[in-house]
Design a protein around this ligand. Structure first.
Ligand SMILES: Nc1ncnc2c1ncn2[C@@H]1O[C@H](COP(=O)(O)OP(=O)(O)O)[C@@H](O)[C@H]1O
Ligand SMILES: [Mg+2]
Length: 150
């Protein structure tokens, strides 16, 4: 399995990388974000929103689970941290199969409900403002996307 690594040394670098990635995203693309609290998942999502030409400020959707934003493509921002133990079917499929880009923070918590093909990005806290991102593409679409940006 191919994977791609990148270190960032401050939040804006993570944001900019995500914005650049977002320029290449297409309807139906799915990005799973993994990493501890404060690793940068929401910062990354804000960058994606920027790259998708979304004007509204993206905030952590922890209390609403899913937030939807309008841009070049719609962005469906999920934070499934709090739905973890309910294992409810919250209709995620409708988003995954929709015309927008879906980003899922803490995606492994709904592993059974995720599509087989997606781009997983692991964020690791290395130091103060240092983070490591590891991109793991599953499926041709995401392999191709990673090749284009690295
Ligand atoms: N290199 C970096 N990349 C991303 N965030 C960083 C970085 N360095 C410091 N930070 C800070 O770490 C915090 C990450 O928070 P957030 O993006 O909400 O993480 P998560 O959603 O994973 O809990 C923010 O306060 C951000 O400014
Ligand atoms: Mg977050």
């Amino acid at each position: 399995m191919n994977q791609y690594e990148l270190k960032t040394t401050d939040p804006s670098e993570t944001y900019q990388f995500a914005a650049r990635l977002a320029e290449r995203l297409m309807p139906g693309d799915i990005i799973a974000l993994e990493g501890d609290l404060g690793a940068g998942k929401t910062t990354f999502t804000k960058g994606l929103a920027k790259g998708l030409e979304i004007r509204k400020t993206v905030n952590s959707p922890t209390f609403t689970i899913i937030k939807e934003y309008k841009g070049r493509l719609p962005l469906y921002h999920m934070d499934v941290y709090r739905v973890a133990d309910s294992l409810e079917d919250l209709g995620f499929d409708e988003y995954f199969e929709g015309d927008g880009v879906t980003v899922v923070e803490w995606a492994h918590l709904i592993e059974d409900q995720l599509p087989a093909e997606l781009l997983t990005i692991y964020l690791y806290h290395l130091g103060n403002e240092e983070r490591k991102m590891v991109l793991v593409p599953k499926g041709n679409r995401y392999e191709q996307l990673c090749k284009e940006i690295f």
